[in-house]
Design a protein around this ligand. Structure first.
Ligand SMILES: O=c1ccn([C@@H]2O[C@H](COP(=O)(O)O)[C@@H](O)[C@H]2O)c(=O)[nH]1
Length: 246
């Protein structure tokens, strides 16, 4: 069976950070082409799970990025509930370890099935895109190279049957050789040329990240804080389309 290629909007996930519920809904109503949104800690803590239903009613697909990291039973309980809200992508920290990842994955599938939804994909966060090699060694006393660390944690995720991982675009080409599609490599740290880095360290442009092998890109402030967010979104889509034509 032929699968249709992903459109740029399928590959771009807009991070709705720095907004309260009403602001997020108003923002999204100005971007009718968006198909995926990411609800992270800021919006979820201020608006609660109801915002997920609000966004789904607008036809949006939900990436729930709460980065669960806890003991296995707590991770499982949180993932079960998150899946029942209709989130299609859910993050957990790979550092929670194999038992927690295994239980989280099972509970997420059960939570979705209990309400008649398809199982979500759990994504394991590897090393946050705001970290660099030096801080990893100095602050966390992790002697591995950053690439090796990400590959180690992605392997743990794959062995637990997770749907993919979150990494920076810098690690994508190495990871893609180890984990072919459909294992998802979802990359924040996306910066179109000229955009401010802010707290992001391991960054790439949208086209370069996809060329390296990323499945989907997460982009927040370069669009949400743009003077004209619709134009900024359209520019990212254009860059992705051009790359597909090259
Ligand atoms: O390693 C990670 C994991 C998650 N994030 C999240 O992605 C967005 C990025 O937003 P920008 O404004 O484009 O920097 C944000 O919600 C983070 O929580 C990440 O940046 N890095």
């Amino acid at each position: 069976m032929m699968t249709s290629p992903l459109t740029p909007a399928d590959q771009l996930i807009i991070a709705l950070d720095g907004m309260e519920r009403a602001e997020a809904l108003a923002f999204i109503s100005k971007l009718p082409e968006v198909s995926w949104v990411k609800v992270g800690l800021e919006l979820f803590v201020s608006a609660g799970p109801e915002v997920l239903a609000d966004l789904r009613e607008q036809g949006l697909r939900i990436f729930l990025d709460l980065k669960f990291h806890d003991i296995p039973a707590t991770m499982a309980g949180a993932c079960r509930r998150a899946a029942s809200f209709g989130a299609e992508l859910i993050t957990v920290h790979a550092c929670a370890g194999r038992a927690a990842l295994d239980e989280a994955q099972t509970a997420a599938c059960e939570g979705a099935a209990e309400v008649g939804l398809s199982a979500p994909r759990l994504l394991a966060v590897t090393v946050l895109t705001s970290w660099d090699q030096k801080r990893l060694a100095n602050e966390l006393c992790i002697p591995q190279s950053l690439q090796a660390r990400v590959e180690w944690l992605a392997e743990l995720a794959a062995e637990s049957g997770l749907g993919g991982c979150v990494c920076s675009p810098w690690e994508v080409s190495g990871l893609r050789r180890l984990h072919p599609s459909p294992f998802e490599l979802v990359t924040p740290g996306i910066r179109p040329s000229g955009a401010e880095l802010a707290d992001q360290v391991r960054v790439m442009s949208p086209a370069a990240a996809l060329n390296a092998g990323a499945s989907r890109l997460v982009i927040g402030r370069p669009i949400t804080r743009a003077v004209d967010p619709a134009e900024a979104f359209a520019r990212c889509c254009f860059e992705i389309e051009q790359r597909q034509l090259d």
